[in-house]
Ligand binder design. Structure first.
Ligand code: ZN
Length: 323
C-alpha cells in the first residue's frame, strides 16, 4: 500500500491522545482476557497472479469479543466498531512485519459517534468508539451510518518504526458503509481500484479486500489504466459474490472461501497469520502524555492522593499516575 507523506494532517496528536479520559479514580474495570484460541482470529494474504490482483481476507472472533467487551457498546455501535476493526486488520496486514503502526481514525463533528480509533501493529489490534448515549436513544434500532456519524473525515495513518515518519491520507465521510469510505480512499488517494466487503454477526466479523495492481508506464508518466482493465472487471465480479454469512461463518476456513470465490483463476495464498489483542498502555505512557499538559491543568486533574486517574479507553484499564 502506498502512502503520500502528510498530504493533510489536521490532527496528528489526537491519534495518541484521544483514546483515554481522565477519571476521578476508582471503578477500575479490566477487559476480560480472551482465553480461547479459536481459529477465528486470522488473516490470509492472497494474490491472483495472472490477474494482477492481490488481497487480504480476515476473520475475527475472540479478539473482537475482547475489544467489544471493554465497553458496553449498544448493537449498532458494536457493528460499526467491528467493521472498523476488520478494515484496520485488512489495511494493517499490508504492512511488512515490524514496519510500523497503522491507525484508522474517524472523527465527526457534533455526531452521535464522534470518534472511532483502531490501530494495528504486527498482528495486534485495538479499537475504541466514543458516542453520546442519549442521542443514540433517539435513532431507533438500525440507524444509518449517516445518522451516526454525519459529517467528518476518515484518516488512515502509517507511523513507520524505522524512519519515525508519518504518512496520512484522508477522505470525507461519504458512503453507506465504512468499507465504501475506504474504497473511496484508495480510488481517490491511491488511484488503486479496490473492492472491500465486511460483515459482522455478534462477536464474529470478517472482511475481504482485493486490489488491482496493473499500471502502464508510458514515457516516464505513470498512467492508471486499471479502472477499465478487463482483469479487474473479472476479479471484481468474482469477489463481489462473497456473502456476509460466508465472511462470518467460522466453520468455513478462509482458504476454502478463497477457493470458492476465485477457483476460475490461480489463487496463491500465504499461510494465515494470527491476530490478537494486547494493549500497549502503561503508566509510563500516560505519564509521558500528561507531562505535556500545563501544570495548572494537571493540578486540577489530581485526586486527594496527588495522583491523576486515567482510563485507557482501548482496554478499559484504570491507572493512577504520578506526574
Ligand atoms: Zn490499554
Amino acid at each position: 500500500m502506498g502512502y503520500e507523506p502528510d498530504r493533510l494532517k489536521p490532527n496528528g496528536a489526537s491519534v495518541d491522545r484521544a483514546p483515554f479520559s481522565s477519571s476521578s479514580g476508582g471503578g477500575a474495570r479490566r477487559a476480560e482476557e480472551a482465553s480461547s484460541h479459536a481459529q477465528t482470529d486470522e488473516l490470509t494474504a492472497f494474490s491472483l497472479p495472472h490477474r494482477n490482483a492481490r488481497g487480504r481476507i480476515v476473520r475475527l472472533g475472540p479478539t473482537l469479543a475482547t475489544i467489544l467487551n471493554a465497553h458496553a457498546y449498544p448493537p449498532p455501535l458494536a457493528r460499526l466498531l467491528a467493521d472498523a476493526l476488520v478494515l484496520t486488520a485488512l489495511l494493517g496486514a499490508m504492512l511488512r512485519p515490524n514496519e510500523g503502526q497503522l491507525t484508522l481514525q474517524i472523527q465527526a463533528k457534533n455526531a452521535v459517534v464522534d470518534l472511532i480509533v483502531c490501530d494495528w501493529r504486527d498482528g495486534l489490534l485495538r479499537g475504541y468508539l466514543r458516542h453520546d448515549p442519549e442521542r443514540l436513544g433517539y435513532l431507533g434500532k438500525n440507524p444509518s451510518i449517516k445518522a451516526l456519524l454525519g459529517r467528518g473525515h476518515l484518516a488512515i495513518t502509517l507511523d513507520q518504526t524505522a524512519s519515525a515518519e508519518r504518512y496520512q491520507g484522508i477522505v470525507p465521510l461519504e458512503g453507506a458503509t465504512l468499507a465504501e469510505m475506504v474504497e473511496r480512499y484508495f480510488d481517490q488517494s491511491e488511484q488503486l481500484p479496490t473492492l472491500i466487503r465486511t460483515a459482522s454477526e455478534g462477536t464474529i466479523a470478517g472482511g475481504l479486500i482485493i486490489q488491482h495492481l496493473a499500471r502502464r508506464e508510458l514515457d516516464g508518466e505513470r498512467l492508471s489504466v486499471a479502472d477499465e482493465h478487463p482483469d479487474w472487471g473479472h476479479v471484481r465480479a468474482l469477489a463481489g459474490t462473497v456473502k456476509p454469512e460466508e465472511l462470518t461463518d467460522t466453520a468455513l476456513p478462509l482458504d476454502a472461501l478463497l477457493w470458492r470465490l476465485f477457483n476460475e483463476d490461480e489463487v496463491r495464498a500465504l499461510p494465515p497469520i494470527a491476530i490478537g489483542n494486547a494493549c500497549r498502555c502503561s503508566v509510563e505512557h500516560f505519564a509521558s502524555v500528561l507531562s505535556q499538559f500545563p501544570e495548572d491543568e494537571r493540578a486540577e486533574m489530581r485526586g486527594p492522593d496527588g495522583l491523576i486517574g486515567v482510563d485507557c479507553q482501548f482496554c478499559a484499564t484504570s491507572y493512577r499516575v504520578a506526574v
